[in-house]
Design a protein around this ligand. Structure first.
Ligand SMILES: *[C@@H]1O[C@H](CO)[C@@H](O)[C@H](O)[C@H]1NC(C)=O
Ligand SMILES: *[C@@H]1O[C@H](CO)[C@@H](O)[C@H](O)[C@H]1NC(C)=O
Length: 235
């Protein structure tokens, strides 16, 4: 059988209609987690394959650790701010000039502790959708510990050590001048509104030859350590 020119044209048209109608795509992003330094800006990569335009699609960025609300939504060529999680206000954007080539990466400015989590990039066209999940880890080096003298307590001297601005949660330890761990009260831990950790810890020390004591804060995951010494005047 001979394929006529008309039949050939019809087949091409059918093929075009089919691909245009289904318009399938894949959403791609990084496989490794992204480590963000507090205070800096980061890009969460997300893009379409093939690199078709996302200008007429709906792009949602969600933080899966929040049950309600979104990090960012782009729909009908507009940024939709209803339901935006308050901590992301004025800190998120897409690269508008990149949308036509399927790049829907999110820019997040001034990273803070509450930004740590699993982010979903979900892209929907009229006939198709796909998504990826990106993990973001936040690292923040907090303040050098501050040591204060609280006065006589239970036959010894009460000291307090405080530090703030950490992520992830750091550990506090009290040491004597020989580097021996002192038994101290339980660490009191809380987070500020940006999700950075504050820790304080009380200790009662007895007089020693040197009367020198150290409070150390350490965060092994980010390989940070800081110390503050105090020298107590003898009685
Ligand atoms: C889309 O992808 C193709 C093949 O990878 C590449 O040659 C082309 O430059 C890309 N287009 C844009 C606008 O990025
Ligand atoms: C998307 O755009 C951002 C910002 O210009 C760029 O850093 C990133 O490399 C782009 N990603 C792709 C896949 O083109």
């Amino acid at each position: 059988m001979k394929v006529t020119q008309l039949e050939c044209l019809c087949l091409i048209l059918l093929h075009l209609l089919h691909t245009a109608g289904s318009e399938s795509f894949e959403v791609l992003g990084p496989t490794d987690s992204i480590v963000a330094v507090a205070g800096e800006d980061i890009i969460l990569p997300c893009y379409l394959k093939p690199n078709i335009s996302a200008e007429d699609m709906t792009v949602d960025w969600l933080n899966l650790d929040f049950l309600d609300g979104r990090v960012f939504r782009y729909q009908n060529s507009e940024i939709i701010r209803d339901d935006q999680i308050p901590s992301y206000r004025r800190r998120t954007s897409l690269f508008k000039e990149e949308l036509w080539r399927g790049n829907t990466s999110l820019k997040l400015t001034r990273v803070q502790g509450t930004d740590e989590g699993h982010y979903k990039c979900l892209i929907q066209s009229k006939s198709w959708y796909d998504d990826i999940t990106v993990q973001v880890l936040v690292k923040a080096v907090g303040s050098k510990p501050v040591v204060s003298i609280e006065g006589h307590r239970e036959g010894g001297m009460g000291l307090l050590c405080e530090t703030e601005g950490w992520h992830p949660e750091p550990e506090l330890v009290w040491l004597d001048s020989k580097g021996v761990h002192l038994s101290a009260g339980p660490p009191e831990i809380d987070k500020d509104f940006k999700g950075f950790y504050r820790v304080k810890q009380h200790v009662i020390v007895q007089e020693t030859d040197t009367n020198r004591f150290t409070c150390r804060v350490q965060q092994s995951q980010i390989n940070e350590k800081m110390e503050t010494d105090i020298h107590l005047p003898s009685e």
